[in-house]
Ligand binder design. Structure first.
Ligand code: ADE
Length: 250
């Protein structure tokens, strides 16, 4: 169940991914914890707290822990970009993560490949209600939006996180086939989701992420990345968040 009494935290990795949201905040208040800025207030009448996760798993985990400890976040949503690695996942599409795995987690032979040591788990599931709400918000919010002449397709499935920007076909193949060998079919790669999911899981806080596909994690993954984030992904994120808040507010 998503609490509307405790604030909904909205996280992004980069400032460009969260432009617009802070400006729309009512009664905005800024606090600093762990060297990070947190903005709290209301959006569409709902209490929210906005923060930048920073980049990478540890940075995102620190931000998530601060959101829970200092703001009593009732649920956490991540919006941002990712590299598409699923066969049908194209640039301009959107992936809602229903599960999160760390593709660089390897404590074998002490623990099975990908397993988070001492938890018995490799994949952390998203909160099903929040993930469904994000899918709905993405489908409704992106109606009529196109990128490179294609409407944005909304996918749902596994997101794989690791501490590297994946930008080579061989690297992508190694990550995807390694996961497949354990029965996991990743749709997208990024650098924070599984860490945020793990902290939320430990604290019992509902979590789900939505990622706009900025690249195919291949040799040209970095090309036009900042432009895409500014002109496409941030627009998509704003529309999805607006629709999500409309749904949660009723
Ligand atoms: N975020 C966006 N694209 C990415 C990629 N190719 N690898 C990791 N994180 C990403």
């Amino acid at each position: 169940m998503i609490s509307v009494e405790r604030p909904l935290a909205i996280l992004s990795a980069l400032a460009e991914e969260q432009v617009g949201l802070v400006e729309q905040l009512h009664g905005a208040q800024r606090q600093t914890h762990a060297g990070r800025e947190f903005w709290s207030g209301t959006l569409q009448g709902l209490p929210v707290v906005l923060a930048l996760s920073r980049i990478g798993k540890v940075a995102a985990a620190t931000t998530t822990a601060a959101l829970i400890a200092h703001f009593q976040a009732g649920a956490i949503v991540f919006t941002g970009v990712a590299g598409g690695v699923g066969r049908r996942v194209q640039v301009g599409d959107v992936v809602v993560g229903t599960g999160y795995v760390q593709h660089d987690m390897d404590a074998s032979p002490l623990f099975p490949r990908y397993e988070i040591p001492l938890t018995g788990q490799s994949v952390i599931q998203a909160d099903a209600t929040l993930a469904r709400a994000l899918v709905f918000a993405a489908v409704v919010g992106l109606q009529g939006m196109q990128h490179a002449g294609r409407p944005a397709t909304v996918h749902q499935g596994l997101i794989a996180s690791g501490d590297r920007f994946v930008n080579g076909a061989d690297e992508t193949h190694a990550i995807v086939s390694g996961l497949q060998s354990r029965g996991y079919e990743a749709l997208a790669v990024e650098m924070e989701g599984a860490a945020v999911a793990q902290v939320c899981h430990d604290y019992g806080v509902p979590f789900a992420a939505v990622r706009t596909i900025s690249d195919r994690a291949d040799d040209s993954a970095h090309v036009d990345f900042p432009v895409f984030v500014r002109e496409v992904a941030s627009v998509y994120a704003q529309r999805i968040v607006a629709e999500l808040l409309r749904t949660l507010a009723v």
